[in-house]
Design a protein around this ligand. Structure first.
Ligand SMILES: Nc1ncnc2c1ncn2[C@@H]1O[C@H](COP(=O)(O)OP(=O)(O)OP(=O)(O)O)[C@@H](O)[C@H]1O
Length: 313
């Protein structure tokens, strides 16, 4: 854990000492101000529509939830989203799109913080108490620095429920906790919990010859909460669900061959290659698909597209 934006604290000190005015400082360096933090609802919608493939449900929920929250001057609680689905289906990617449409610096912003369970909390068995207090201090420090902070917790399924429990007060409807208001912060939890159940529904639709876009949120709600209920780690036992602190559970559907082709074409564009449909199709064709017999969904979603691309160009 790094100290919360120590650079900014130092810079404020420099500014306060009269060396440089905060206005000039914040012209060059990121500060917790509208020049650096301003939400573009239209930008988010365009990004989701153009760049997120095969996720009509997630796209709609994210757009509505984030816009509603960011456009409110006095939210009643921090925004808490829990993103669920198979690997490589866009959960991290969506978090990135949200960050880019709030912070000028996107994911590089000092106010965007990513926690990965295996990286940041590798010894949960032995160091749980120390992790709990570090995490609380860290969140408090960052939100004290900037109330528009954005926290992304990756691999929540591997997180000890007690660790999640320790941040519960920050996610609640309290005006202030220990003198700090968390109401304008965003917390996003990412996990694969429920991915199998979501994939099963998508497969049922596919087998029935129905269009994927006909899948409704209500079709997935039950299987998703069942998966959460039965999951060993993380959420259910942490009480976040019981206390309704998660505002939206967002399901991500498994991706099909055509989506992998779309990802490949976009990766070509992003990397300055000419878009070649046949190459994209070859790349997508070499991916592994499940279930074994039907081979409908990409086992790694779009995850390895970027790294495999050079071998096809
Ligand atoms: N639905 C999607 N639409 C467009 N691109 C996607 C989509 N899903 C994944 N990608 C691409 O694949 C990359 C990897 O996806 P991402 O990291 O978002 O997966 P994830 O769902 O977070 O996986 P994991 O559960 O393994 O962390 C993204 O950076 C993005 O380029």
């Amino acid at each position: 854990f790094e100290p919360a934006s120590s650079f900014l604290v130092g810079a404020a000190g420099v500014a306060a000492a009269g060396w440089i005015s905060p206005k000039i400082f914040c012209y060059f360096q990121e500060c917790c101000q509208p020049d650096w933090i301003s939400f573009s609802s239209r930008g988010l919608k365009t990004d989701l529509d153009k760049n997120l493939f095969g996720q009509h449900i997630a796209s709609r929920i994210i757009q509505t939830a984030v816009s509603g929250f960011m456009n409110s001057d006095r939210p009643k609680k921090p925004l808490v989203l829990s993103l669920h689905g198979w690997t490589g289906t866009g959960k991290n990617f969506v978090s990135q799109l949200i960050a880019e449409n709030i912070y000028k610096e996107g994911m590089d912003s000092n106010f965007v913080h990513v926690f990965s369970t295996t990286t940041h909390f590798p010894h949960q068995q032995t160091q749980l108490n120390s992790y709990k207090s570090q995490l609380q201090r860290w969140i408090k420090g960052n939100v004290t620095n900037c109330e528009r902070s954005f926290f992304i917790f990756d691999e929540v399924d591997k997180m000890n429920p007690d660790l999640i429990e320790s941040i519960k007060p920050f996610l609640d409807y309290y005006d202030k906790v220990d003198g700090v208001s968390y109401l304008k912060s965003i917390f996003i939890f990412l996990s694969n919990t429920g991915g199998d159940n979501i994939a099963q529904i998508a497969l049922d639709y596919w087998k029935a010859g129905k269009n994927r876009e006909e899948i409704k949120y209500t079709d997935l709600e039950g299987p998703l909460s069942e998966a959460l209920f039965n999951s060993k780690g993380g959420f259910f036992r942490s009480g976040l669900i019981e206390n309704s602190l998660v505002d939206f559970f967002v399901p991500f559907l498994p991706l099909e061959y055509k989506h992998v082709v779309q990802c490949a074409l976009r990766a070509m564009r992003d990397n300055g290659y000419l878009e070649k449909q046949d190459m994209a199709e070859r790349l997508a064709g070499d991916f592994i698909y499940f279930p074994k017999t039907e081979k409908v969904f990409s086992a790694s979603g779009c995850k390895k597209v970027q790294t495999k691309l050079p071998f096809y160009m």
